[in-house]
Ligand binder design. Structure first.
Ligand code: TMP
Length: 211
């Protein structure tokens, strides 16, 4: 099972991914936690450029670097793990590129879809959890974390386009997406996610008790 976690920066998805991994492992499922960009050694170099290059990065170059990271990651990490019967939990994947480079940077959607299909060999996630909330609130969380990276320094207006893009994607593929309210308390959100996994994937997991 391939499960992706999506949403704008500050949506709390990484915390929830860790909880899901704990629950899946406790139920005896081999589980791999990984991410885009940077889920391979090669990808870590690309991530460094993407998030911290100090000078100008052209939108097309940015798109191609995210796609290159994804191609390497699919072949080296995701597909072998799925082949081995593992649950793969991935922090961001192809929908991030449509939301950020497509809706955020206004790059052509058909081109992005084609590049994503090449990088993934057409393999899409079984389930995509979208952490949705008002960008101004979620970005406050990011600014509390300390120094912002290259993407996090974008204006609110960019993030509003990205958040709207994510919602449009979820509306277009309701059978793949589950939209979650990112502003809920952490433990409520966790229980909701476990309920979604049980319902959509036919597993029977028990939520972690917090604290
Ligand atoms: P994160 O791993 O801390 O979420 O940082 C990754 C950043 O890269 C985040 O701001 C979203 C952005 N991103 C894109 O713009 N396009 C993509 O395809 C991916 C995977 C991430």
């Amino acid at each position: 099972m391939f499960i992706t976690f999506e949403g704008i920066d500050g949506s709390g998805k990484s915390t929830q991914m860790g909880f899901c991994r704990d629950v899946l492992q406790a139920a005896g499922h081999e589980t791999l936690l990984t991410r885009n960009p940077g889920g391979t050694e090669l990808g870590q170099g690309l991530r460094q450029i993407l998030l911290h290059h100090p000078g100008y990065v052209s939108p097309t170059c940015e798109l191609l670097l995210y796609i290159a990271d994804r191609a390497q990651h699919m072949d080296e990490v995701v597909l072998p793990a799925l082949e081995a019967g593992k649950f793969v939990l991935c922090d961001r994947h192809l929908d991030s590129t449509v939301a950020y480079q497509g809706y955020g940077r206004d790059l052509d959607r058909a081109m992005i879809d084609r590049l994503n299909a090449i990088a993934t060999h057409g393999r899409k996630p079984e389930l995509t959890l979208l952490f949705h909330g008002p960008p101004e609130k979620l970005l406050e969380r990011v600014s509390r974390r300390g120094k912002a990276d290259r993407l996090e320094r974008e204006e609110l207006d960019f993030y509003e386009k990205v958040a709207d893009g994510y919602l449009a994607l979820a509306e277009a593929e309701p059978e793949r997406f589950a939209v979650l309210d990112a502003l809920q308390p952490i433990d409520t959100l966790h229980r909701e996610i476990i309920a979604v996994l049980n319902d959509r994937l036919g597993v029977s997991l028990t939520a972690k008790t917090q604290g």
